[in-house]
Design a binder for this molecule. Sequence first.
Ligand SMILES: [Ca+2]
Ligand SMILES: [Ca+2]
Length: 151
Amino acid sequence: MSLCLMLFPVCPAGWKMFSFTCYLFSNKIDSLENGRKDCRDRGADLVIIDTVEKQEFIFKTIKQDIWIGLNDREKEGTWKWIDGTPLTVAYWRTGEPNDGGGWGEEDCVQIRSGVNAKESWNDVLLFRSLSNGNHMYVPERAHVTLIRSTT
Ligand SMILES: [Ca+2]
Ligand SMILES: [Ca+2]
């Protein structure tokens, strides 16, 4: 008789797994602040992009622009992730970040869908008044449940 024990990570129903982290592509559209609150209510937070693989995964899965957890609200031009880590590798659109280019202070970041994966970030106003200020958001949940399977 042989017994095989395996540990494998699982995500809650409806969430997608990538690299041992769960993502919910719910197509929900809201303001950055409401989006972040919804993420946190789910035990998650806005997406943090720390590898090129993750950038490509998120980019290819989204159907519209999304908020990500990056901002320079504390100090203009100093980009920080919502977990406090500084930005090291970025995927800005050409000409971005432009801090609004005179239209206002852009301190929050969206990933534009339908452009190039590695050139898709744009800094935007927290409350966009020029156009629709609501984007989709993708909760990212770092913790996965480990369950033990015996076969
Ligand atoms: Ca800014
Ligand atoms: Ca911009």
